[in-house]
Write a new protein. Sequence first.
Lengths: 867, 103
Amino acid sequence: MLGNQFDTKDFALLAVVLLLPAIGAFVNGVFGKRLGKEAVRLMALTAIGGAFLASVVTFLSVPHDGGRLSWTVWRWMSVTGQSGNSVPIDVKFSVDAMTATMMLVVTGVGFLIHLYASEYMKKDPGYHRFFCYLNLFCFAMLLLITGDNLPVLFVGWEGVGMCSYLLIGFWFDDEKNARAGKKAFIVNRIGDFGLILAMALLVYYCGSLTWEGIDNSKLSLLAPVKIWPIGNLSKETLPVFLGNIIIPDKPVQVYAATLVALALFLGCAGKSAQVPLYIWLPDAMAGPTPVSALIHAATMVTAGVYLVARLHFVFLLSPAAMAVVAVIGVVTALLAASIGLFQHDLKKVLAYSTVSQLGFMFIGVGVGAFAAGFFHVFTHAFFKACLFLGAGSVIHAMHARIHDTDRSQDMRNMGGLKRFMPITRWTFFASCCAIAGFPLTAGFWSKDEILWSAFSNNVVNSKAAATPRMAPYEWPPWLGQAIYWGAILAATMTAFYMFRAYFMTFHGNFRGWSIVRGWTDPHAGHDHHDHHEEHDTSKPLEGPEPHESPAPMTAPLVVLAAFALFAGFLNAHPIHIAPLGHFLEPVFKGAEGFVSEREGAKGLMWVMMAPGFAAFLVGTAAAMYVYLNRAGQPEKVFAEKAGGLYRLIYDKWRIDELYDATVVGMVDALADIFTMADKWFIDGVLARLTAMLTALAGTLLRTLQTGRIQVYAAVMLLGLGGVGWFMVYPHADVTADDTSLRSTGEVKLAAAPGYGYTFRWEGLTGTDSQLTERSAVTVRLQPGEKKNVTVFVKNAFQLETSHTVALERPGLPPGAKAQSDGKGAAPPNVPGMVRPDIPTGEIPADDIHKLLLPRGADQGNNKGAEK
Amino acid sequence: MSTVPVEYFLIVAAVLFVVGAVGFLLRRNLLVLLMSIELMLNSVNLTLVAYNRLHAANHAGQNLAFFVIAVAAAEAAVGLAIVLAFFRVRKTIHSDEANLLKN
């Protein structure tokens, strides 16, 4: 086999998998416009197809004993750990069973969707741009799943986020699409914050960011962390009433593992659209439909599930975090499913169904059934991609009648399409069965295993006994069952809204005739879909009829539908056919000892399948009754009778409005405050006022610039006169050097010299009566003495001036010995200054011990000595 | 031969300088302005050589006077050229008319 030619430690074949899409993105992005659409299509399909083939080889080369293929490319950087140790971060890729499976999904489903998109986007002027982004996305997604450590994963994580942003806003002419892209990006940033936080915590506690390194040192995550009160906040440092309320008697402690797991989960919730960060995904449907299928259903949004499964050993250390994951999963599944019930937009239904299914995946990984959760990722990729592509095919057909995005996706304008597009109809039907859980289809097996695990699993932190510092969180016995019944309810709703979509779209009468009434000319405009040369005049037809999509679009549908029906047998545990399950087993062997079967769940597996099957039956039957037999009449009745509730659900429980009113409103208010500060203070005071002052000064000074030479000359003359006067007049500047005033009382006075200057000093002991050349004198002062010294200066022009210097020596502090000679006098008492009483001169041997005494005692002694 | 006291030279120089300065400030004819500058320069020359008499051994004053003469010659050449150019533009040599850059 080709794969055997590579060393498992240096598996450079990954370069092919990774670089082909990167090259495709580069070529299409840089040269795509000149190459033309055919070349772009060839490049994109070759890149992703080649990556798929290399992935197949990689998949076959993965050892079945839990080993991994790895390829180290280069040392990226190293950071400093908790104890000053170096934590290396390499650009390293590794592939184990889970990654290999995921690679097959990404490249395989990716290839089918590329193929589909090459036809779907045919008339788009941004064809090359689209495939550049799509290839770039595949590259980033492969980086995400093959990265051997969190930083490399993070690069891919951000890369897919960016591609998602670019593709949601692909038709950015419409502001709605651009806004949706922005929303997705910003909501994802909130999650990424958690991921970065988790990385920092892992470096701190584990000293490693690679999967293996974290696994090896995971027990250090059992360190307790005080999370409240933070810092040195305590009852003493707070006001009494506040301290009693917010400071508990015992500090709140959690395991570091809980913090890491919750921070990781925040990232996962952002990327995988879980409550409360799910709001971006439904809006993301603004992008082209193949993008919705590839990025927002099959691959990128499952990255969060992948990350939880990848770091399952961290999550398992914290049953509390696992419970959070599972509960968030079930809440998301229920909420999204309920919103999906009454949406009219076909893609919106699928979007909420995706959010809901992602919730199921998180239930799976949250209850410790990592293989089951991951298997749902796997099957969901097929049936949801198939559903989205089917929806795309329908929209493509609807475009024959209308070119408006919203109206062409509105199910109220569809109906009866099974007549026109049989392949799309049957593949859509197959995928509907899979997602609704029709027995033996892929979705049945994967969902059923999740449900059973939720019912039967119990997560226990079995390693906590090794560090008996803190009691670990224990799952209440009802939690698993509550999750199970919640998931059953969500599954019922899933079956209902999926078949509602199916019946509304493909059954009944085509309601789209009314869109373009009186439409006659089939060749006007840019309508490329009308292959309706042979009109069937018996139909109530005005204008083109919907039609089946061309082969490049239907072929992926057929392949995906086949997988949607039969992929379940790769992991059908109840009937003991689970090749994929056994392949994945070694990856999740860390779960042993943490996840156990709950008491009282033994032997109930086949029994508990019944509610799952019932969910399918009830949901499907209800949808059939309402939308097939009664053609949607009961929905209208319900909408009239319970209008408020109906509208509330239709408006997505108004969660977006709630966020607008709270979080977004707060951020906006903050932004407004900063805008005001910017406008008034920065622009107003700092910029405008300064400019005004400068302009004012300029205006004043400009009056002096008359431009007449005579005025300048006159000013020059004035200046000349000033300089002359300065030269002629004597200056008596005295500098006093009083550095030794405190110690000896000496002050050196020096008068500035000048041409022909003579000096006479007054106020000295021996006052001069004559003018002399003496320009510097020394004055000595007694403590507390004040003295005025005046110097008279006369220059060559016989002009005279004088300058008086007031000198003062501070008095001695009370209690200090006055020293008549002026030498070594104590400096003055400056308030607030602590001055040691150091005797000057020779210290008598008997007094040396006094130097060691505290100041007070020393003074006491002094006083005593004086007495 | 009786010596003329240095103060006499200084007084003459001062008078010349004031005449030059006042002329420069009050007249508007560019040629007259140039001549006023010459007057002031020469009054400085006179002062320099007069002081040099006090220090007969030192010729710094006289040397400086030569420099001043050389600079004055250059100044006259450039100044007259400017006046000529100005005249060609404005058809006058009235200094107040040299206001093209204003406004």
